[in-house]
Ligand binder design. Structure first.
Ligand code: GLU
Ligand code: MG
Length: 450
């Protein structure tokens, strides 16, 4: 991550020279949350060799019994990031190992298995993740945007963006200090909602960054009396927060973008390889959606309008199109990449990207074609026309998404049997707990009904 700190042999000296005293051997749990132990710099060699052990049974999504051997974190030297706000600490993304070999159910390892499959076909999987999130004042019960302007349409508002530059400057400077190359950020559609876009990279690197970004955004928001929320749909009447996955394959020999084709007969600037990838993703989209939109709340984002005045820009149908944001898969204007729009800000990026890549590679191996891109506003298409085009809906709730993940053999193929079982079991409990909850909406509607 940090361009100064790439060489593992000199890393310890570099870190010492920069005043680093502690190292974080971090890895992502099932949810994509960063978990860690802190290691004093003197124990650098031991940590890099896997000294930090974690009791898997204490965590979500590390499918282990209490009696099992602990998993160990194997930090990736290239991921090292000195905390921009506290240079005594360096953070590392790690792979989990068990009994001397990579642990099958490690999220990062799950993605690495798929990037290795892409490499066997001669490609590097490039990924960009568009980070959308809310920053709201941190007082319980009155979580409000830091800048309160009465705007019916706050999207792209210059004054609101300037009002928020305190925490934004801290966060964006930190991202750029780590070499992420932020190229733009804005006030998004919802009051208090922002988007920060940074350059794409190898999918594992981008996923490491997205996990760390959620930690960093919280830090800089807190410094301004606020917090960063990565809840996919915090307010029914505002847009949700997506984490669109922008995907492409580059040739390992030479690095050319294998998804780019200026002569594309469909006029979207995408190669036949890119279309085959799309067709594979479409075949497995409901199961992919389960991992890309993994919470109860995710499915309140994947609606056309809800209680909002305008559209949500979030997908509801399992279809693809040109530069048209109403599709689950979109080919942005310049072509050369494919955007998965159902992914949201609460996803575990390793798992979502691994599912999408595995499906895309299947499309490539089988030479699939997705048919013609949808060019119209899918929100306004009549049901008969959807049926004629053979377009189904994305899962409508987490329950349907879990069913789709369970029914699709791709899930076990990508996750491995243990992680698939753990993930489905955990998510089903979450869904059942939600189903058993009596909400304010229900009491308001039914308590005094008769
Ligand atoms: N916030 C929208 C979503 O939930 C996306 C808006 C955009 O296209 O940037 O996916
Ligand atoms: Mg956006």
């Amino acid at each position: 991550m940090d361009t100064f700190l790439q060489d593992r042999d000199t890393l310890k000296q570099d870190l010492a020279a920069r005043g680093v005293r502690y190292l974080m051997a971090s890895y992502a749990d099932m949810h994509g949350a960063s978990k860690t132990k802190m290691v004093p710099l003197a124990h650098y060699e031991g940590m890099m060799a896997g000294s930090e052990l974690f009791t898997g049974a204490a965590l979500d999504g590390v499918p282990q019994e209490v009696s099992d051997e602990e998993v160990s974190a194997h930090p990736d030297a290239a991921s090292c990031a000195v905390l921009p706000w506290n240079p005594t600490i360096a953070w590392f993304a790690s792979d989990l190992w068990l009994a001397g070999r990579p642990f099958e159910a490690c999220s990062r390892g799950i993605l690495k298995r798929q990037t290795a499959a892409a490499a066997r076909l001669g490609y590097r999987f490039n990924l960009g993740i568009e980070a959308e999130f809310y920053v709201l004042s941190d007082s319980r019960g009155s979580e409000a945007p830091l800048s309160q302007r009465s705007l019916a349409k706050p999207c792209y508002d210059a004054a609101t963006l300037l009002d928020n530059m305190g925490w934004l400057d801290g966060l964006v400077s930190a991202m750029n200090g780590l070499g992420w190359d932020v190229y733009s950020f804005d006030q998004e559609d919802g009051p208090g909602q922002f988007e920060i876009d940074f350059n794409y990279a190898d999918a594992v690197v981008t996923s490491d960054r997205f996990v760390f970004l959620r930690t960093m955004a919280s830090h800089f928001a807190r410094q301004h009396g606020a917090f960063a929320s990565f809840m996919p749909k915090p307010f029914a009447d505002r847009t949700g927060s997506g984490a669109h996955l922008n995907m492409s394959l580059a040739s390992l020999a030479g690095g050319a973008n294998a998804f780019a084709d200026p002569d594309d007969r469909r006029g979207c600037g995408l190669s036949a390889l890119g279309y085959a990838f799309i067709a594979g993703v479409l075949r497995h989209l409901p199961a992919i959606c389960a991992f890309a939109a993994p919470t109860v709340n995710s499915y309140k984002r994947l609606v056309k309008q809800g209680s909002m005045s305008g559209f949500t820009w979030a997908p509801i149908f399992a279809c693809y199109g040109n530069n048209n944001r109403t599709n689950a898969l979109r080919i942005p204007l310049a072509g050369g990449r494919v955007e998965l729009r159902c992914a949201d800000s609460a996803c575990n990026p390793y798992l979502a990207a691994a599912m999408a890549l595995a499906a895309g590679l299947e499309g490539i191996r089988e030479g699939l074609d997705p048919g013609e891109p949808n060019r119209d506003n899918m929100y306004q298409i009549a049901e008969v026309e959807l049926a004629r085009r053979g377009i189904g809906m994305l899962p409508r709730d987490l329950g349907q998404a879990i069913d789709a993940a369970e029914a699709d053999p791709l899930t076990v193929q990508v996750m491995g049997a243990d992680m698939a079982r753990a993930w489905i079991g955990h998510k089903r409990e979450e869904w059942n707990a939600y189903g058993a909850h009596v909400s304010d909406w229900e009491t308001a509607r039914y308590l005094r009904f008769f």
